[in-house]
Design a protein around this ligand. Structure first.
Ligand code: SF4
Length: 736
């Protein structure tokens, strides 16, 4: 008999409510839940990934049992072993590294969908006295975005466009592809008459329909936003009352903004001064407004400055914590946050001082985090979880050089560093040289092929879900485990909580993991609001926790001055520029004119592909056949000049290396800009070296830079949108 279970999908940032049809414990299909209060895709449109749930779950390539390397690293020889043996040996391997090099020699990396249970992972690493050497793509992802917002306005409002929003600014983001939940809210707001401003070098679908599109030179966002700040101040378009009462540093900002008249911003960004003026006027006149910033911003070396300017704009026009504006929701006031489930073990200062990159990228490491959260704690009854992250590129260098100390073991959770991090050659050498490399994943990814152990991970279909995005999401969403995570003889998956708990027990820290299952842990979180997880799924399932506005009138903003800090006192104290400024990226036609003669095009990457989620889903046939090959978008004029036709394979080459992708002629890019897809590997190619599932073939990260010298000094962000490249037709190509 077919039963229908209620779950929440996290195969991308939609976090959709889903109905899972199950027959005798076997998955039949998964469909959108039409009654889920916050649904993402329009009801009539099915998500390809969701449609492929059964194909994914029972895929022949899925890792179903713990695997232990049976040959040399990268030789592609594996032996299935029991969970007991795998966890015993991994714990033993970690202990050996700790004995030989100290606890700081352990590190870990994470992928997007796995972050919810982070605090339970850091619990173990804290107990082990590791300085949280946690490094993923975090320097160019959610962390800079949330931490800059937390520093400037005291809380990160995780995308607050609503149907009542009057002006939407898409800043390096195309939610129609990357963020279905927000896209649905956007569609409704636009239907209700909201203006839409898009700041993007690509003519995305949103840009083609926008009221104002600013097609800027890649990497110049800070100049454009400061140009808008200039217009809003000089033309008196700001909310005087709000600025006087609730903003800190207006006079200093005014001085700084004078350095960015629209004409200067235009000269830097190639956006006409009139368009910058128009954008500023439309934004100021249509309140409340909300911005959606995406990885187009975060993957810039100047991401902190752009994010700071974005919050300044929101504050100047009084968009903070108003309905339809930038709603500062914060965590649920009574439900336990994941942060509160962190152990009551104090980080020892001498331990945290060792965190890789903490001395250099102070804002995102312990120094900044402590300053930010002490202010937030003054205002918010509960705090979102804020990981204290290391600097990824510096960590890989520590693995290779032993400087500042040896890092010898890495645990990677749902992350594929060879494909998702820049400078693939360096990451490859680092992974290969580790004493212990453990991967927790669904698949034998190119990175997993270099591991010592691969542990099979349970996906959302087979584990309970309780989702509030570390406390930042405006919704709480819950789902049940629809199918068993283990069927003897067929598969044995575990969720990450179970893995951390089992490892902790092997270190003698079982008492710190008192909940035997993930569901018990969720029961503990929900107890203060009177539910068990089971009850919550049955009776609530999706809960809106917003609806309280202008809270600052009672509490002040959760910043050192109690105001929205146009002038950041935290950045000032950490010896950074307290106001946003524009800085040319390290590798552009302006900063490196000689290099530009050899590599005349600007390479941007990271635009989302509707069918995939970063490097996921390439092995799912029903998905892959819709988008079989990696595509590089080239302006038709440029293609004609280079003798490239639509559909030709072309080489994209920077001074760091080259990869090939298929040309897609697209006049929505300027002639000197090309956009290459990210996340490409070929699961169908052999896993052993030299193939590594084709990791060297189309993976754009081979061409990109991660040198700490060119990273953002606050956030450690590396430049993925401004590399100089050349492109040419691939006349022939032989796979190794
Ligand atoms: S893959 Fe994303 S959009 Fe599709 S159902 Fe899952 S969460 Fe929603």
């Amino acid at each position: 008999m077919v039963e229908v279970k209620k779950s929440v999908c996290n195969w991308c940032k939609g976090e959709c409510g889903v109905l899972v049809h199950v027959n005798n414990g076997r998955l039949v299909k998964a469909t959108n839940d039409p009654d889920f209060p916050e649904q993402t895709w329009p009801r009539s449109t099915a998500c390809l990934r969701l449609k492929a749930a059964r194909e994914f779950f029972y895929h022949l390539d899925r890792v179903n049992f713990p695997l232990k390397r049976a040959g040399e690293k990268g030789e592609g020889k594996w032996r299935a072993i029991s969970w007991e043996q795998a966890l015993d040996e991994i714990a033993e391997g970690m202990k050996k590294v700790i004995r030989q090099y100290g606890p700081e020699a352990l590190s870990f990396t994470l992928g997007t969908a796995y972050k919810q249970e982070n605090p339970l992972m850091t619990r173990l690493f804290t107990l082990l006295n590791n300085p949280l050497n946690f490094a993923s793509a975090t320097n160019v992802c959610f962390w800079p975005r949330s931490m800059v917002a937390n520093a400037i306005v005291g809380m990160f409002p995780h995308f607050s466009v609503r149907p009542s929003t009057k002006c939407i600014v898409s800043l390096g983001a195309e939610p129609l592809v990357s963020r279905p939940t927000t896209a649905e809210q956007m569609r409704q707001a636009i239907k209700n008459g909201a203006k839409h401003i898009v700041i993007d070098p690509r003519r995305t679908y949103s840009a083609s329909k926008a009221d104002v599109w600013l097609q800027l030179r890649p990497g110049t966002d800070a100049a454009v936003l400061m140009g808008m700040v200039n217009v809003i101040i000089e033309e008196g378009l700001y909310d005087r009352e709000f600025v006087e009462r609730w903003c800190h540093g207006f006079e200093e900002l005014k001085q700084r903004a004078r350095e960015y008249p629209p004409e200067k911003a235009a000269a830097i960004s190639d956006v006409p001064a009139e368009t910058i003026q128009e954008a500023a006027r439309v934004y100021a006149a249509n309140r409340p407004g909300a911005m959606i910033e995406g990885m187009g911003i975060e993957e810039l070396t100047s991401n902190a400055e752009v994010l700071h300017a974005r919050w300044i704009l929101a504050a100047l026009v009084g968009n903070l914590d108003v309905e339809g504006g930038e709603e500062l929701t914060g965590p649920h006031p009574t439900m336990l946050t994941m942060k509160e489930l962190e152990p009551r073990v104090d980080f020892k200062p001498e331990v945290l001082a060792k965190q890789i990159g903490a001395d250099r990228f102070k804002f995102l490491a312990i120094h900044g985090q402590r300053m930010i959260s002490s202010n937030m704690g003054r205002v918010w009854p509960r705090l979102p979880w804020q990981g204290i992250i290391a600097h990824g590129p510096s960590m890989w260098r520590a693995v290779l050089t032993g400087n500042p100390y040896p890092v010898r073991a890495t645990i990677t959770i749902g992350n594929n560093p060879l494909v998702t991090l820049p400078n693939t050659k360096l990451v490859y050498k680092a992974l290969k040289s580790l004493d212990l490399f453990v991967v927790i994943d669904y698949w034998r990814t190119p990175s997993a092929e270099l591991a010592d152990y691969i542990l099979p991970s349970a996906c959302w279909l087979e584990r309970p879900m309780l989702w509030d995005f570390q406390g930042y999401d405006r919704w709480i969403k819950a789902g049940e485990a629809a199918v068993p995570s283990s069927v003897p003889g067929l598969y044995e998956h575990k969720n990450e909580y179970e893995i951390w708990r089992e490892l902790a027990i092997r270190f003698g820290y079982g008492d710190y993991y008192p909940w035997k299952t993930l569901e018990e842990l969720f029961d503990a979180r929900l107890k203060p609001i009177g539910y068990t997880h089971r009850n919550y799924v049955d009776k609530v399932r999706c809960e809106w926790k917003g609806g309280h506005y202008k809270k600052y009138e009672k509490t002040g903003f959760a910043t050192p001055t109690g105001k929205a800090e146009l002038y950041s006192t935290i950045m000032d104290k950490l010896d950074y520029d307290p106001l946003p400024h524009y800085q040319e990226s390290a590798e552009t036609k302006v900063s490196q004119p000689e290099l530009a003669k050899e590599y005349p095009y600007v390479l941007i990457t990271g635009g989302r592909i509707r069918q995939y989620y970063h490097s996921d889903f390439r092995q799912i046939d029903s998905v892959r056949k819709v988008h079989p090959d990696p595509l590089v978008q080239i302006n038709p004029q440029t293609a004609a000049k280079l003798g490239i036709a639509d559909g030709d394979w072309v080489w994209i080459e920077t001074k760091r290396g080259r990869v090939r992708q298929k040309a897609e002629l697209f006049d929505g890019l300027k002639p000197d800009v090309v956009h290459a897809e990210h996340g490409w590997w070929y699961p169908e190619l052999p896993g052993e070296e030299p193939w590594l599932h084709g990791v060297w073939e189309s993976n754009i990260n081979v061409c990109l830079d991660d040198d700490p010298e060119v990273c953002n000094s606050l956030t450690g962000a590396y430049p993925l949108k401004t590399a100089l490249c050349r492109i040419y037709r691939a006349k022939s190509y032989a796979r190794p």
